[in-house]
Design a protein around this ligand. Sequence first.
Ligand SMILES: Cc1cc2nc3c(=O)[nH]c(=O)nc-3n(C[C@H](O)[C@H](O)[C@H](O)COP(=O)(O)O)c2cc1C
Length: 432
Amino acid sequence: MRRHMLLSAYVLTPGSHFGAMWRHPYSETDFCDRELYENLARSLDRYGFDYAFVPESLAVPMGDDGVWQTMTSRGASGAIRHDPALLVSPMIGVTQRLRFTVTLSTTFMEPYHLARTLSTLNHFSKGRMAWNIVTSAGASNAINFAHLTSLDHGDLYERAEEVLTVCHDLWSSWDEGALIADKQSGLYARADKIRQIDHKGRHFDIRGPLTLPCRGNPTLMAAGVSPRGRDFAARWAEVIFAIQNEPAAMRELRDDVRARAARMGRSPQDIRLMAAVQPVIGETRDIAEARAAHLDTLVAPDAARSYLAAMLGLDLSGASGDAPLQPILESQHRRPAVDAGGTQAWLAKLLDAKPAVSVDDAAIALSASTGTPRLVGTAADVADQLQALFEDCCDGFVITPTHFPGTFEEFGRAVIPELRARGLVASHHQDH
Ligand SMILES: Cc1cc2nc3c(=O)[nH]c(=O)nc-3n(C[C@H](O)[C@H](O)[C@H](O)COP(=O)(O)O)c2cc1C
């Protein structure tokens, strides 16, 4: 069977990987409206997206200095976040085919909760769930859980391994056929087909069983990039979510995780990589270029500076926006705890092209796409760029919006038919 591209819609508000999304003239702004998500889900289902992908953070975004007010007041990426599991619940109800990726943290959630929430969603969606497993490293993630013992990077992954073991045990704590609901005999469930898990580990003490039977396991995704994160993905995940600017970095990540998986006895081809991309589509190339340039004008420099500071682990509080970035980088020698988006590689590329880039220009460039490749052009141009990446170094894309939900509609109306005509995405009702 021909290999098909996976297509996900990235549901992050009020800014997405484009940090000023809500300011776009065509964008919705009420991200607390249930119907917005139901309508989005209907459209995604109709156009043939594979997934709605919901990332997660349990804190409002903040700069490296802990100041959250700037980014929240500017509506930066992730300033409004719902519980991912609850967000997709109404979306499930209005769709037949669309699948859902919820990002849930192994650090701040308990495995019993995780296993049960995902199990319920997998029942309600008839098996259309995926879990993007994150360890939520970094100070901002921990800010609302300061009462918990803080875990270092290695401990986060050790806990995550235990969480996954427990979840799998809970998901198999009911055998198929355990639920019989036999009114005649009065036997609802066969206890001989339901097991305690009796887990006693370093982090958890859990008897089990789960409070409901399982309907298959969710598809597992992972998003770490360190050697430990890659091992974790190689052990558990079927899909890796990547924010990488360069094809070579996507290729290296996929090859490396596949090699690790092979050493663990898995088939390397079982691991697919979905890369975040930001399409900017125009009726003509000139229109697309003009739209891309317009996007940058919507980014607020103060919020962009906070974001740059957070992503690079810099103190920019005393810096003028016009100052060149390079000397600041050299004087501070600071590094972020997490390089989640390949930001260092993005920065190296920027400094290579523009050694004297100012703080604000760098900040605006980062907030405009978070380092995801921006694909600018007509629908056919965007399809060409996706095809080239797909044939070279990845298995699908997470489409990050510049306006919400318009980007998904433009992509669905103009680019997906083009990809389908080229045989690159599954036809409707066909599995990938
Ligand atoms: C592409 C990407 C996306 C991520 N998305 C999230 C997220 O939505 N929520 C979250 O809490 N952590 C997220 N993370 C953080 C990871 O789960 C992990 O904690 C972090 O990357 C540190 O692990 P590492 O050093 O192995 O990369 C993401 C990381 C990457 C690389």
